[in-house]
Design a binder for this molecule. Structure first.
Ligand code: N01
Length: 537
């Protein structure tokens, strides 16, 4: 690759993405005295919570465990209104934080990065945007997340459909009129499960196309009283410390005992309790072997199957909603509010795609192998090209012009989820192999802190370039894969492995080790920096 500049780069660092982790990274790098620019594709901040504005979009971790923990002021000035905040409240939160920390002057909105090329001569990065602008920086930090590249189903003729179609992750800003309309929803993952009950009572008719049923857990969301808000504010340090100690960074942690060590009555009592608790309790406060022993997992899966049969009146529909190919939490379980009850409505129909596949879209709607169905609106709740997807949408080349696309062809390869061999000075926060199976802000915070300390280390010593060593990267890849191999997650087809993307090679996209293991690995790597090569000018 030829040198693209002869002068010093414009910025010390460019952060790509103004979502939960991008905003924090910008704040911390700026604190270090660096000149930083954040480039954000959206017209506003908030990342996931800017884009996913579909009806019903909300958190699945408790609001007060998701917000920023680094600032007492933010903790005290912001008041959550619900156990699981909805998208509008989260978008307001990130706008509040951007203002409170005066981040906006350093954020360039409506700026989508198309390419990022490392220039070996200057040890810096040149970024080009889709509208033809160029930015240069010593460091680039990809804070593009793991669930930001929407996946569209391959349905012939969709563009000929005369109604409107929307992907949940690209939901329009202007209101989408659904009242009195005939609506199709394709996909029953977390997005579909939130959307379906939110619109079922507004639309004239709702047809849900399901490829694979999911095990869902009740969110048991509730609005906060003034007393609860005050109590949460007074206990925020205690909540922060709890989230620091749990394996996934949530407020929930697993029990010490096996599901098979207790009587059937004791198990049933615990499952009832967790079923009535909030959020991820059913998956994350369950027996320790929920995700390591299929027999243990079967006990909770059978419990949920019974709940579905109780809640869904039509036994045939209930049966279609009960997963047969995987056990509970072997995929990320959607949290639901009245999801199963939606199928008791006369205006809601469930179509299982294995029995009745979609053949094509028509001008009026969708043609299945059995019939033509007319719709006004088609909603694609079909998920994401997750993990490596967002970064691979950008044309990234490193040392010697090697493409990340090629380097990651068989799956992600990183060191600690923060650096990649052959791509010097390119950091990642909240990307593949970096703790993203847990509570995303909690792991993102660890990564951003690590990156900032690493840059400080370089600054103090006059280093211009950091590279991960191949041996250390290989060891991390093995470790990251090892964290999932011994779990039941590896027996399911999910976006965790890229199984939802046609042609994507099956490879674990995340890191399934505990937060404490991850933190100690980061700490260890940052102590002597023995796994990295630094170069001065
Ligand atoms: O995506 P998904 P999602 N034809 O991939 C189906 C987070 N999240 O957006 O299961 C027909 O889970 C696909 O079928 P199958 C959370 O981490 C969090 O719902 O692949 N159907 C599936 O039913 C979550 O896990 C919240 O067989 C097709 C659905 O579409 C992650 O994002 C809310 C299809 C996609 O489900 C992804 O969730 C929402 C096709 N061609 C999301 N392609 C919170 O609560 C795909 N499907 C915070």
């Amino acid at each position: 690759m030829t040198s693209t500049q002869s002068t010093a780069p414009q910025f010390d660092a460019i952060v790509i993405g103004a979502g939960v982790n991008g905003l924090y990274t910008l704040y911390r790098l700026r604190e270090l005295g660096l000149s930083v620019r954040t480039l954000e594709a959206g017209a506003g901040v908030g990342g996931t919570w800017y884009w996913n504005r579909y009806p019903g979009a909300r958190l699945d971790s408790e609001s007060y465990s998701y917000g920023y923990f680094f600032s007492e002021e933010i903790q005290q000035e912001w008041s959550w209104s619900e156990e699981f905040a909805g998208q509008p409240e989260l978008e307001r939160y990130f706008n509040f934080v951007a203002d409170r920390l005066q981040l906006r002057p350093d954020i360039e909105l409506n700026t989508r990065v198309a390419s990022a090329h490392y220039d070996a001569e200057t040890a810096s990065w040149t970024l080009r945007t889709t509208d033809g602008r160029t930015f240069t920086a010593r460091f680039v930090v990809f804070a593009t997340g793991i669930l930001s590249r929407p996946l569209f189903p391959e349905i012939t003729g969709l563009d000929e459909f005369s109604g409107a179609y929307h992907h949940t992750a690209l939901w329009p800003h202007e209101p989408v009129e659904l009242a009195g309309k005939r609506v199709a929803v394709i996909g029953t993952g977390a997005s579909g499960v939130q959307l379906i009950p939110s619109i079922a009572d507004q639309v004239e008719h709702l047809t849900v196309f399901q490829r694979t049923p999911n095990w869902c857990a009740p969110s048991n969301n509730f609005h906060f009283s003034a007393e609860r808000v005050a109590d949460l504010k007074s206990r925020w340090r205690e909540i922060r410390d709890t989230c620091r100690e749990t394996p996934g960074g949530f407020i929930h942690s697993p029990r010490d005992e096996s599901a098979l060590d207790v009587s059937a009555d004791e198990r049933q009592a615990l499952y009832e309790k967790l079923w009535n608790a909030t959020g991820l309790a059913l998956s994350h406060s369950n027996f320790r072997d929920l995700l390591t022993n299929r027999e243990a997992n079967d006990t909770v899966s059978s419990f949920i199957a019974e709940k579905i049969r109780t809640r869904v009146h039509n036994p045939d529909v209930a049966d279609q909603l009960i997963p047969k190919d995987h056990g509970f939490a072997m995929k990320r379980p959607p949290l639901e509010t009245n999801y199963y009850e939606a199928y008791n409505r006369d205006n809601v129909e469930l179509i299982s795609l294995d029995k009745e596949p979609i053949v094509r879209a028509t001008e009026q709607g969708l043609e299945t192998t059995r019939r033509n169905l007319d719709f006004d609106v088609i909603i694609l709740a079909t998920g994401f090209h997750a993990g490596t997807g967002p970064m691979l949408k950008v044309d990234i080349t490193g040392e010697d012009g090697a493409a990340l696309q090629d380097y990651w062809a068989d799956g992600p390869r990183t060191l600690l989820g923060v650096l990649v061999v052959g791509f010097p000075n390119m950091f990642i926060v909240s990307g593949p192999q970096g703790g993203t199976a847990g509570n995303i802000p909690r792991f993102g915070e660890l990564q951003a802190n690590w990156i900032v300390e690493c840059v400080r280390h370089m600054k103090e010593r006059g280093y211009q370039k950091i590279e991960a060593t191949p041996e250390a990267e290989e060891a991390w890849v093995e470790h990251a894969i090892g964290t999932v191999e011994k779990t039941l997650l590896s027996q399911a087809n999910s976006w965790y492995f890229g199984s939802n993307v046609p042609g994507k090679k099956r490879a674990f996209q995340l890191y399934a080790g505990s937060q404490s293991t991850y933190r100690s690995r980061l700490d260890e790597a940052g102590r002597e920096y023995q796994d990295f090569k630094f170069t001065s000018e």
